[in-house]
Design a protein around this ligand. Structure first.
Ligand SMILES: Nc1ncnc2c1ncn2[C@@H]1O[C@H](COP(=O)(O)OP(=O)(O)O)[C@@H](O)[C@H]1O
Ligand SMILES: [Mg+2]
Length: 424
């Protein structure tokens, strides 16, 4: 089979890497990909918003399956275009992808189907939202309704901060139309975890649990990022909690969507806050997490193409997911300045030494070739991922691999997975 993967980050490198191990694979394409991905796939440079041109390419090259990494093309309806042309694609259609694309849509569904989430109210008027914030007091959370590349949420410690957030989103329109509506919601204190599942709209197969590290600095300090590292499993998600999450969150959401007449096929990702051993949904995503995919797919034994085809054909109940018992840790190395304005074009060395290590793998994110030299080209550059007999072991291997890697201005957290290790 020929497979196309859409996207260019560490998540997509992990998808391509997993696809490359499939017994079905002939050739992999990636649009647009990155330097690491280009070792496994032919990278093509299409405008990934021009779905018509992409689907023509897929027909011309005889591509049998397309897997979509990021949320933006899904929200813009890439799956609808491909399905209309009779092409197999993994990812929900535009209607279903609203679950991530509109926080108001998602919260209203959660309320309607009794899924535990923070108490909230949606607003189209900044003034009304400000009044509500004044009434509720702080801490309080402000969320732009639409996609904002992970920047549209303000966890406000004071009323002033919340009001500034509202004005930034609704008046200054920092995120454009994504700020036409906002959610103001109760702040929940607890431990965050990511719960991802494959679903064909009927059967839900949960993946192993994982946890991300959002803040840029050790000890969860500094501004939010796309994610500085992740590990799997997340000890906070015990077996008992997993069955609670399936019962209270995942099944009601898929059933709820069904009764709304929406078929949800692809990946369903619940961003959770765990408080008193109970899950509260912060948000749903309609795609895999980045960097959670790197440690989670490192543990996945089942052929990803078998899973993708079963989802598309609505036969997911035939699949039995198998996982390596090992733990996995992924540490993100970022460019100087990230998550603010960051440097680019720095030469990266040492990856050949990591290749000699067993059970350590470097997933590329912002990398490119310049005159045949591997250079940085993004904020998050590499996701150094290792397996181990437990999380401590995996962490030690990952940091050992990082020792071999170098580029000017590189920075990474030194405490990835420490919380899980303390728990074990
Ligand atoms: N109700 C809440 N209480 C406390 N923290 C929250 C709440 N909602 C979101 N957060 C924090 O803000 C981050 C981003 O919110 P989220 O809803 O996941 O939006 P997005 O990923 O689209 O930016 C979360 O990872 C969490 O740390
Ligand atoms: Mg989130």
């Amino acid at each position: 089979m020929n497979v196309l993967v859409i996207g260019s980050g560490g998540r997509e490198h992990a998808i391509v890497w997993k696809v490359s191990k499939s017994r079905h694979i002939d050739k992999i394409y990636c649009c647009p990909g990155n330097a690491g991905i280009s070792e496994l796939a032919e990278c093509i440079n299409f405008d990934d918003n021009n779905f018509g041109a992409l689907v023509d390419f897929v027909k011309y090259e005889g591509i049998d399956l397309t897997i979509v990494g990021p949320e933006v093309p899904l929200s813009k309806g890439i799956a609808d275009v491909f399905e209309k042309e009779g092409r197999k694609i993994l990812g929900p259609n535009m209607e279903a992808a609203q679950l991530e694309g509109s926080k108001v849509f998602a919260k209203d569904l959660m309320r309607r189907y009794g899924i535990p989430t923070a108490e909230y109210k949606a607003f189209t008027s900044c003034l009304h939202a400000e009044d509500y914030v004044g009434m509720k007091g702080a801490p309080i959370v402000i969320k732009a309704d639409g996609l904002a590349a992970g920047k549209g949420v303000i966890v406000a410690e004071t009323v002033d901060e919340a009001i500034n957030g509202l004005r930034l989103i609704m008046k200054d329109r920092a995120f454009g139309d994504a700020g036409n509506r906002v959610i103001v919601e109760e702040c929940i204190h607890g431990e965050e975890a990511s719960f991802m599942a494959f679903t064909d709209g009927k059967t839900i197969l949960p993946m192993v649990s994982s946890q991300d590290h959002k803040r840029v600095f050790d000890g969860d300090n500094g501004p939010n990022t796309g994610g500085m590292g992740a590990y799997s499993p997340a000890p906070v998600i015990t077996e008992k909690l997993e069955s609670i999450i399936m019962e209270k969150v995942m099944r009601p959401m898929i059933r709820g969507l069904q009764s709304e007449g929406i078929k949800y096929k692809g990946i369903l990702y619940a961003g959770l806050m765990i408080k008193n051993n109970q899950p509260y949904v912060l948000e749903f995503n309609c795609r895999l997490g980045d960097p959670e995919t790197q440690p989670v797919f490192s543990r996945l034994k089942t052929d990803l193409i078998d899973i993708a085809l079963a989802i598309i054909d609505e036969k997911l109940s035939d699949i039995n997911l198998e996982w390596k018992p090992d733990a996995s840790v992924c540490i993100v190395i970022a460019s100087k300045g990230y998550p603010g304005v960051y440097e680019k074009g720095k030469i990266i060395t040492g990856l050949d030494d990591v290749k000699k290590m067993n059970d350590a793998f470097v997933f590329h994110a912002g990398t490119a070739f310049n005159n045949n030299k591997l250079v940085t080209s993004g904020g998050r550059v590499l996701g150094v991922t290792a397996l181990g007999k437990d999380i401590k072991d995996a962490k030690d291997w990952a940091y050992m691999a990082i020792e071999k890697i170098n580029f000017n201005g590189m920075h990474y957290r030194k405490d990835i997975a420490d919380r899980a290790i303390k728990r074990q």
